[in-house]
Design a binder for this molecule. Structure first.
Ligand code: ZN
Length: 190
């Protein structure tokens, strides 16, 4: 029995509960690559007699992202066609647990985005909308004036970037950068 197998433990969507060699996946779970994961926020129930594992949804209304949620998160990594975001807020509340989402280059802006590295950089604070949770992945969009980067740091020196027209300028070293910014960039509104 793996160390994860403990009845009553609180789990979040995507969390690994065990492997199919040990348990039969039941309510509130899904299987990926031979591992059983939670589909819900809730409490794990191990039925050792029948070798079944299920997740009972939490009764409380927790702050977890869903399709339509407006989230705020940090950019963790940027690649040529995607950016990975670690979500820290859903709506006005901070998230319990750890959730990541992905922005595809086609969901950055209503306008064509030529270069993902000019839209986001690691450590940027971004406001985005959850548009899909297909394949257990939160897909995010920053299309629209109110969505996009709300705070960013200079990639050269780490100083804060201030909006100057359509570009962002470092207050410390004068380096100029671009981002897909939200209309309230730098105003301190999470
Ligand atoms: Zn700088």
């Amino acid at each position: 029995m793996s160390k994860n197998g403990r009845s009553g433990r609180f789990v979040i969507p995507g969390e690994k509960l065990g492997v199919i060699e040990e348990f039969i996946p039941d309510q509130g779970t899904y299987v990926e690559d031979g591992a059983i994961h939670s589909r819900n926020v809730g409490h794990i129930l191990m039925d050792f007699a029948n070798k079944r594992v299920s997740v009972y949804p939490a009764a409380r209304n927790l702050n977890v992202p869903g399709v339509g949620s407006i989230i705020v998160g940090n950019v963790r990594s940027v690649q040529s066609s995607t950016a990975v975001i670690r979500m820290i807020k859903v709506g006005k509340k901070f998230i319990s647990g750890s959730f990541t989402g992905m922005i595809h280059i086609s969901d950055v802006s209503f306008r064509y985005t030529e270069n993902m590295f000019d839209a986001f950089k690691p450590a940027d604070l971004v406001r985005a909308k959850v548009v899909s949770d297909k394949n257990k992945t939160f897909h995010l969009s920053t299309k629209g004036d109110d969505l996009g980067v709300i705070y960013a740091f200079c990639s050269q020196c780490g100083g804060p970037l201030v909006r100057k027209g359509r570009e962002l300028k470092c207050q410390t070293c004068d380096h100029v950068e671009r981002r897909k910014t939200a209309s309230d960039y730098g105003k301190g509104t999470l």
